[in-house]
Design a binder for this molecule. Structure first.
Ligand SMILES: O=C(O)CCC(=O)C(=O)O
Ligand SMILES: [Fe+2]
Length: 375
């Protein structure tokens, strides 16, 4: 019998690396303290966001089985024939990231193509039904994908957004209300797979599978990744590997939260390298949830008492055009992805949307330069 959309082979994780890598020391925030031990959790969060800008969330209630099942679904989808995956490509001309992203761009000045592919799925909710890519495979698994997305939203995103607001001494609902489940946002669940490169290709691209970058939304949730490669730029200006923590969700703050907090929450720079030798021949399957700006969010500094005391608050210029979350995100995606070469010189120039200048050059050689950027 021909395989049907309902047949999903169970994905099995490759073995952990035995190599001694230089790992970042990351805080762990236990979300089972939410909301009963809110004050304690706020202290934990303050430490986590101010240290590296990447931290682990534990006690979130999402099981290994649920995560493993999503890895299996993502893996099965990305193993479909290319013609099928190509049915609903991301419309980069419009800065629309929903759909399939093929590994077609050339990496910098090399002749090597991007070795990663991804499928980005909007929240499965009526207000965004028109954005859901119409694959039979997704339709066949829609109910469980929606349930997983909803669980991420209620168990992880909602408490985090509330805690960000409380840290800024804003009403708890400040970020959450515009990003409630049913509201239109550019959030997406992503299945992403890097396929092994030949040693020659990796040499040609300096072993970099994903250039240094920041993420475009409020916060990114990375499900456990056993195949090493992700590196974080620490406040000391050093690239350190993100450790693997079973059932720990890796969290990082991103551009929109940085704009809304005048840089109090840093948009953390990270990149992905060729895996260590004992994992280099495995595919690197990943599941992520990218929280992105609500369509109607105004990109401006929040009127936070903390930011005011720190001298970071700046009232928006009443004559400057208001940039919406939708405009910002679409411009950001278009700038990054609507180009044949990944990370070319045009890309590195950054771009402007409304009165907002967005920096996109995170390729450095010297430690001094790294330090300047993260300061
Ligand atoms: O693959 C990873 O570990 C990170 C991917 C990432 O940073 C991104 O897609 O923005
Ligand atoms: Fe990223």
């Amino acid at each position: 019998m021909a395989p049907s959309a309902l047949d999903v082979r169970t994905w099995t994780p490759p073995p952990a690396t035995q190599e001694k890598l230089d790992y970042a020391e990351l805080a762990q925030v236990d979300l089972s303290k939410w909301p009963a031990k809110k004050d304690e959790l706020l202290l934990d969060m303050r430490r986590a966001v101010n240290e590296v800008g990447f931290w682990f969330v534990v006690g979130h209630g999402i099981t290994d089985e649920e995560i493993g099942r999503q890895m299996s679904l993502g893996n099965a989808f990305l193993d479909l024939p290319l013609e099928e995956k190509r049915l609903f490509p991301c419309d980069f001309k419009q800065g629309n990231f929903f759909g399939f992203r093929e590994g077609v761009r050339l990496m910098g000045k090399s002749q090597v193509k991007d070795n990663a592919e991804a499928l980005n799925l909007p929240k499965i909710t009526p207000s965004l039904a028109h954005e859901l890519p119409g694959y039979d495979f997704i339709a066949a698994h829609q109910v469980e994908i929606e349930a997983f997305q909803r669980k991420i939203h209620s168990n992880v995103l909602a408490p985090l957004l509330s805690l960000f607001a409380l840290l800024l001494e804003l009403p708890e609902s400040y970020f959450l209300t515009p990003h409630e489940w049913d509201r239109r946002t550019e959030d997406h669940l992503r299945y992403m797979k890097y396929r092994p490169n030949s040693p020659e290709d990796d040499r040609a691209i300096g072993n970099i599978h994903l250039n240094g970058h920041t993420d475009f939304g409020l916060v990114t949730i990375l499900f456990p990744q056993i195949v090493q490669g992700l590196q974080i730029l620490t406040p000391e200006g050093e690239w350190k590997y993100a450790p693997y923590l079973p059932n720990g969700l890796l969290i990082n703050t991103a551009d929109v939260l940085s704009v809304c907090s005048a840089g109090y929450f840093k948009s953390t720079i990270h990149r992905v390298l060729r895996p260590p030798d004992d994992q280099v021949n495995y595919e690197r399957m990943g599941v992520f949830y990218f929280s992105r700006a609500a369509h109607d969010l105004e990109l401006k500094v929040a009127p936070s008492p903390l930011l005011k005391r720190l001298g970071l608050y700046k009232e928006a210029d009443p004559n400057a055009p208001v940039v919406s979350g939708l405009e910002f995100t679409r411009a950001r995606v278009k700038h990054s992805w609507d180009r044949p070469v990944y990370g070319d010189d045009e890309y590195k120039k950054g771009f402007k949307v409304g009165g907002l200048e967005v920096r996109t050059d995170y390729d450095f050689d010297s430690k001094a330069e790294l330090k300047r950027v993260v300061a």
